[in-house]
Write a protein that binds this ligand. Structure first.
Ligand code: UFG
Length: 332
């Protein structure tokens, strides 16, 4: 990656910061654009330029693209919570669409024609076939998923008309942290299962509520495909070569599903502590089961997860949270 320069929007966030760290380790130059509404300054490695502005500011975006010549853009900055999207769908649709298109438009105008989008498994809704193949029908059951589908469609037109090559990466459930403990997951509010279960075990968060026990799954709780953030980061870098030929759409997941109850058990195994928890109703918009087939990604890019086992993923998350119980706050 030596000599290559990339823009990472949302690079101070959870998944974005793990990509930034990986890019820097492989010798690339990185500029992060993040308004720090959800991101953390402490998640950006030393030596990486941080432009602390919103991607909604089109003038600022144009300045950033004029100041540096980028080989590609990795676009992470977005609203990304399924539950919240079902309380405020209009905000999700408008913000995610308009901000993503502002970044794509600035890239096209600056002649930067390689674009990697953080997309989502939420595009698939309640899938007919599991593991979900990359060519499966797109039918989101929540506004968050639909907002990303709109962005994917617009990027298709941008390719056809402007030659903007895009990789839309449908992440399944990002989890885990840098095994060296430099960065990790720190959302506020936190809504994700793994950090909430770990917080309950540590006593830094209240007991966990399991959302729904009457799903059509073996133990009645939702099944998800948990994929390590560094495996996600590796996939982002691998797809760049594919973009030299055409735009691509890939799933990123391990291909194995775990129920909410199994995740709780994994946290108990790794931490050696109980996870205090109770049971509540279903959360709106949650599909029963999301498990990826990443067959196309594996075949076309040679990608394979380094952290395929749930316990390995949970262990890296546990190490980060137990050493940083207040997240980035305890680092000043
Ligand atoms: N869950 C609970 N209790 C909690 C939190 C979560 O039971 O307190 C359950 C959820 O109902 C779900 C599972 O744990 O069944 C995982 O929930 P998360 O909130 O951790 O993740 P989601 O599956 O809702 O969503 C995540 C990302 C999305 C992405 C999706 C793709 O946040 O951006 O994975 O699978 F679209």
């Amino acid at each position: 990656m030596d000599g290559r320069r990339f823009l990472v929007t949302g690079g101070a966030g959870y998944v974005g910061s793990h990509l930034v760290l990986t890019l820097v380790e492989r010798g690339a130059e990185v500029v992060v654009m993040d308004d720090l509404r959800q991101g953390h300054r402490g998640a950006v490695p030393p030596g990486v330029e941080l432009v602390q502005d919103s991607i909604a500011d089109r003038r600022r975006l144009a300045e950033v693209f004029a100041a540096w010549k980028f080989d590609a853009v990795f676009h992470f900055a977005a609203l990304s919570l399924v539950g919240e999207s079902m309380r405020d769908p209009l905000r999700y649709c408008s913000e995610n669409l308009s901000n993503s298109l502002a970044v794509a438009d600035a890239a096209v105008k600056a002649g930067c024609l390689r674009f990697v989008l953080s997309s989502t498994a939420a595009l698939f809704g309640n899938p007919k076939v599991v593991p979900i193949p990359e060519e499966a029908e797109l039918a989101p059951t929540n506004a968050y998923g639909d907002s990303k589908l709109m962005v994917e469609k617009a990027l298709g037109w941008a390719d056809q008309v402007h030659g903007l090559r895009s990789a839309c990466l449908r992440y399944f459930n990002a989890a885990g942290a840098d095994p060296q403990g430099r960065i990790g997951e720190d959302h506020e509010p936190e809504t994700h299962l793994v950090p909430l279960a770990i917080g309950a075990a540590l006593g830094t968060r209240p007991p966990l509520t399991v959302f729904g026990t009457d799903y059509p799954t073996p133990d009645g709780t939702c099944i998800r495909d948990y994929v390590h953030v560094l495996d996600l980061a590796d996939a982002h870098i691998r797809v760049l070569d594919r973009l030299e030929q055409a735009s691509v759409r890939y799933n990123i997941g391990n291909g194995t599903g775990y129920s909410v109850k199994q995740v709780i058990e994994a946290v108990e195994r790794i931490s050696g502590r109980p996870v205090p928890h109770g049971f509540g109703p279903r959360r709106a918009g949650d599909p029963a089961m999301l498990v990826a087939s990443s067959a196309r990604l594996r075949q076309e890019t040679g990608w394979a997860p380094r952290f395929a086992a749930l316990d390995d993923i949970v262990r890296t998350a546990w190490d980060w949270h137990s050493r940083h119980p207040k997240g980035y706050d305890d680092r000043g």
